[in-house]
Design a protein around this ligand. Structure first.
Ligand SMILES: *Cc1c(COP(=O)(O)O)cnc(C)c1O
Length: 387
């Protein structure tokens, strides 16, 4: 097997066996007839869309969901022939392209359907109608809007209404009142829909949080994103632990320079850190252009199974840490992941930055090569910058 070469000492690892495990664990909880769409938008939440999609389908996912038509096209071009859904906005002028590639698009505007119907569409266009039941983002909110959309769909033989869906705003909260309110609004719209539309369609409502916490309430399929990657959608769900997840992502580098710095010397831009005594300072070849942003100053990394703090400002391509002793150049540094009995989790980094887990792998930039493993064995590497 040949690996795309890269020539730097910082890389992310994606354990594909974890993706497999997480999908199978969810499957065990869901009703046997509920299918899984693997959500691989944003380059698979920073893990790599193609590799994750491939593993997810092998593990039993029935389709793939993304946010943008560009993302769906990339997957088709890579040879995926499974159902593909674009969950966000597609321009009406791109409807012919979506149809040609058999990519389902999300619709929620009468005008959109009118404009799309004026194009020459080569094949039936698969539509998923979005209902806004409380997210307030995209989707129809009333039965009048629904009727207007259904009329357009009925009048144009090229349109195929394949599914109807909604998205929950608070499925990962402790408090479930708003979640139940959204379900109720869905049911209200559904009872109208049932009366006016007799052809077969599928329904889908759940993201990771809803599908793990309320598996018996899921419809034809769920849209499984963050937890397929082994991360819980919130600390509430993490504590509940509805299914045991295994995180796929880790981030590593190596010491490229180690020196003893005497007391009262400053480190990095702005001289924000000054040594108090003789200190061993290590330099790591990763910086904010790789997504390790300046706000992570003060955060720990692992060297030799121990925690060491980032000292001084993080630069674009490098940062410094304070070591407890001298280590050789080339020593492995773990920014996210395990070393011996120590672990820095994505949750810890997210907490440090006062954000959610989703943001962390997404922010590790395309300059960081991704290395893929199965059961700990490297199977592939991809430098996103060049592929
Ligand atoms: C991103 C997204 C999902 C996946 O959500 P997770 O919380 O990551 O599981 C599901 N549905 C829609 C509409 C989305 O945009």
């Amino acid at each position: 097997m040949s690996f795309a070469p890269f020539y730097r000492d910082s890389w992310a690892e994606v354990e594909l066996s974890a993706i497999d495990h997480n999908i199978k664990e969810l499957q065990k909880r869901l009703q046997p007839e509920t299918k899984i769409y693997a959500v691989v938008k944003a380059n698979g939440y920073g893990h790599g869309d193609i590799e994750v999609a491939d593993q997810a389908l092998k593990a039993g996912a029935s389709g793939l969901a993304v946010a943008l038509l560009d993302e769906a096209l990339r997957l088709r071009e890579a040879g995926f022939d499974c159902p593909l859904l674009v969950m966000g906005w597609t321009r009406p002028e791109d409807a012919p392209l979506a149809a040609e590639k058999e990519i389902a698009v999300t619709v929620f505007q009468e005008d959109w359907l009118r404009q799309a119907s004026e194009q020459s569409i080569p094949k039936p266009l698969k539509l998923h109608m979005k209902w806004d039941t409380g997210m307030g983002r995209i989707g129809i909110r009333t039965t009048e809007e629904m009727d207007a959309l259904l009329r357009q769909i009925e009048q144009n033989a090229i349109f195929r209404l394949e599914a109807v869906f909604t998205h929950f705003a608070t499925a990962d909260d402790e408090e479930s009142d708003y979640y139940l309110e959204q379900e109720q609004r869905f049911e209200n719209l559904f009872s109208h829909f049932e009366r006016v539309w007799t052809k077969d369609v599928e329904f889908h409502t759940g993201n990771s949080a809803a599908s793990m916490r309320f598996p018996e309430r899921m419809k034809h399929f769920v849209r499984f994103g963050i937890s397929m990657y082994g991360l819980y959608p919130s600390s509430v769900v993490k504590e509940e632990r509805p299914i045991p997840l295994s995180p796929a992502f880790s981030l590593h580098s190596r010491l490229i320079h180690v020196k003893k710095v005497e007391a009262n010397q400053s480190i990095s831009y702005g001289a924000t850190y000054t040594t108090e005594q003789d200190e061993w300072i290590g330099t790591i070849p990763l910086g904010y252009a790789d997504g390790w942003i300046r706000k992570l100053q003060g955060m720990d990394v692992l060297v030799d199974g121990k925690r060491h703090p980032i000292v001084g400002r993080i630069c674009m391509d490098q940062f410094m840490i304070r070591l407890d002793q001298e280590y050789p150049v080339g020593t492995k540094v773990t920014l996210i992941g395990k070393q011996e009995d120590q672990e820095i989790t994505v949750d810890e980094v997210a907490d440090y930055l006062d954000t959610i887990t989703y943001e962390i792998p997404c922010m590790i930039s395309s300059r960081v090569p991704r290395m893929y493993k199965k059961q700990g064995e490297q199977v592939k590497a991809r430098h996103l910058l060049f592929s």
